[in-house]
Design a protein around this ligand. Structure first.
Ligand SMILES: [Zn+2]
Length: 229
């Protein structure tokens, strides 16, 4: 399960940029220069350049359900932050309850994806944005977070269909951002520095999971943008 990362974004907001720019424009040469710099800054703001299509998913096998905007931060990855990590979570609850709390602005946390026991995948935050799932700002900025429905102490929750679907999802992420398929770059929440979370727990079969990810990553015909079914 995720947890809030604290803090509130990257300092200067879009609104203050515009207001500052207009104010600077009235200050003569110095102001014009500042305005020019601000104009260029504006176009470098996270999320400005990439198109955002309502309901669009990064992984073709996923269905879109938007998380509350309080549970993630707008960004422009991988241009502003490189993505070099996938973080594996277990929800400590049902799929439905995870999808529900990630839509709750009071929750303060959410992951990019939630995988159900039957292999169904819901995407809730775009990969270009920073999800609050790792409880560590730097790790949030560099990673994609995947939640798996179930409980860490109930191994039957980790079904064949869940492993297979999640492995295809992770393989696609590794392909998109050229992330090595190894345990340095595909880690559990428990391995994030400073966390007190234990997921995915001792019953998560890492050997099996990594084998499936490697197989999906190297499969020449592995779909990256299949039509949702
Ligand atoms: Zn977690």
């Amino acid at each position: 399960m995720g947890q809030t990362e604290g803090g509130s974004g990257r300092g200067i907001g879009r609104r203050s940029l515009i207001v500052g720019g207009v104010a600077a424009a009235g200050l003569g040469t110095a102001g014009a220069l500042a305005w020019d710099e601000l104009s260029r800054l504006w176009w470098r703001m996270p999320g400005v350049e990439k198109p955002r299509v309502e309901g669009a998913v990064d992984y073709g096998g996923a269905r879109w359900v938007a998380a509350s905007s309080a549970n993630w931060r707008r960004a422009d990855r991988p241009d502003d932050y490189a993505i070099d990590m996938v973080i594996i979570h277990v929800t400590q609850g049902s799929f439905d309850s995870a999808v529900q709390v990630f839509q709750d602005p009071a929750h303060g946390a959410a992951s990019h994806y939630v995988v159900r026991e039957d292999g169904h995948i819901t995407q809730m935050i775009r990969e270009l944005d920073v999800a609050f799932h790792a409880g560590n700002r730097e790790y949030n900025e560099r990673s994609v977070g995947i939640e798996h429905a179930g409980f860490v102490d109930r191994p039957r929750d980790f079904t064949d269909a869940m492993y297979a679907a999640s492995a295809r999802l992770t393989a696609g992420i590794c392909r998109r951002y050229d992330i090595p398929v190894d345990r340095e770059h595909i880690i559990g929440h428990v391995e994030v520095p400073g966390t007190d979370h234990t997921d995915p727990g001792p019953h998560w079969d890492w050997e099996r999971y990594m084998r499936l990810v490697r197989r999906a990553r190297t499969a020449p015909t592995a779909p990256t943008s299949a039509t949702p079914t």
